[in-house]
Design a protein around this ligand. Structure first.
Ligand SMILES: NC(=O)c1ccc[n+]([C@@H]2O[C@H](COP(=O)([O-])OP(=O)(O)OC[C@H]3O[C@@H](n4cnc5c(N)ncnc54)[C@H](OP(=O)(O)O)[C@@H]3O)[C@@H](O)[C@H]2O)c1
Length: 341
């Protein structure tokens, strides 16, 4: 087929996909959530905190896992005040015995697990060789092994119950690898691949009540960028940030309406489609954007391992304040302060 004829069809396919990606997330009926048991890892900040609070407001049983116990207790109090039930289990997802304990605690308290959300993860920003190898290894321990530990205990419980929804939080980087995020991109590709393989195993076993969904958000304004290791020399930056509420809504929705892959919003849908159509070009454009934001534009920042090896005090809310900080940085660049005499 000539390229002139092919182009309109590709454009139509792209538009259809874009519309599907944007329209797929609908409202959730509180009655469909009330009384169900959800395990949420990474529930102390960002998406996990938002999801836990939203589920609490719909009177769910919410099992809260992360390393910062004080924040989990704060979220637990909010869940209970809103009419839900909360159980706090301090957990490092990289430790398989702690994930097994998390599942046992959930079943002991609520009798079953309806939804398991593997949301906890960390990032590492910088040139691959400038990031200490221990930090790359920790990204894999938390983001890949943590999701395997969680998926393993959840799948065993779901098989025993004959039902359950596993939700893994991937990223647009599950499909589009990003320069200066090498091990993070690799970890998120692994999360997507794990979900695809598990769905085939479930299909082959004929157990129709079990599902695995991978949620793929675009860059979103959460404490993720405060918690990430950063050896780029500049403050963490990205473009066209989404609001966390959009991703929180998508995670809650997909936990009841499973989708093998759910890019969140038009930017993630467009990026994944563009990568399918023209992978090299998409990767080049994405890399050029990060190069400009992270190395050519960002004000200086000291190297940090972020919250990879130990939790940080900072970054306690759902929102991360990155958009505000970037606006301040952009304004200061456009209008630099006069030199001090
Ligand atoms: N924000 C974005 O731009 C974006 C885009 C795409 C995908 N995502 C994904 O979204 C998910 C949530 O991230 P977020 O944006 O909400 O950032 P966040 O606020 O930093 O949330 C990460 C959560 O993971 C927890 N965590 C980190 N290491 C852990 C460990 N070893 N064991 C247990 N919990 C651990 C953190 O709590 P503690 O420190 O208390 O343990 C925190 O609650 C992640 O999977 C991330 O990769 C984010």
């Amino acid at each position: 087929m000539r390229i002139g004829r092919l182009f309109p069809r590709l454009l139509l396919a792209w538009l259809a996909l874009l519309m599907a990606g944007c329209a797929v997330v609908g409202p959730v009926r509180p009655d469909d959530v009330a009384g169900k048991t959800f395990v949420v890892t990474g529930a102390s900040s960002g998406f996990g905190r938002g999801v836990a609070q939203q589920l609490g407001a719909m009177r769910a049983n919410v099992v809260l896992a992360a390393r910062r116990t004080d924040l989990l207790q704060e979220v637990g109090t909010q869940v209970a005040a809103a009419g839900g039930q909360a159980l706090v289990v301090t957990t490092d997802v990289a430790r398989p015995e702690e994930m097994a304990r998390l599942a046992q605690a959930a079943v002991a308290r609520f009798g079953r697990i309806d939804v398991w959300i593997n949301n906890a993860a960390v990032g590492a920003i910088g040139r691959f060789e400038d990031i200490p190898v221990a930090d790359h290894a920790r990204v894999i321990d938390v983001n890949v092994k943590g999701v395997i530990h969680g998926s393993h205990v959840a799948m065993r419980q779901f098989r025993a119950q004959g039902q359950g929804s596993l939700v893994n939080i991937g990223s647009v980087e599950s499909e589009v690898p990003l320069a200066y995020h090498a091990s993070y991109s690799a970890s998120k590709a692994a999360v997507l691949s794990l979900g695809r393989a598990l769905n085939e195993e479930i299909r082959l076993s004929g157990q129709t009540g079990i599902s695995v969904s991978t949620v793929m958000p675009w860059a979103t304004d959460t404490p993720f960028f405060t918690h990430a290791a950063n050896y780029s020399g500049g403050t963490p930056r990205m473009v066209l940030f989404d609001d966390p509420q959009k991703v929180v809504d998508a995670i809650v929705w997909v936990s009841l309406h499973p989708r093998e892959e759910l890019p969140v919003g038009w930017k993630a849908s467009l990026a994944t489609f563009s990568h399918w159509l023209a992978p090299d070009l998409t990767e080049r454009i994405s890399a050029d954007i990060v190069q400009r934001q992270q190395f050519d534009t960002a004000p200086p920042a000291p190297p940090t391992a972020g919250s990879l090896h130990a939790p940080m005090r900072e970054g306690r809310a759902i929102e991360g304040g990155v958009r505000e900080r970037m606006q301040r940085e952009d304004a200061a660049r456009r209008d630099p302060a006069p030199p001090q005499r």
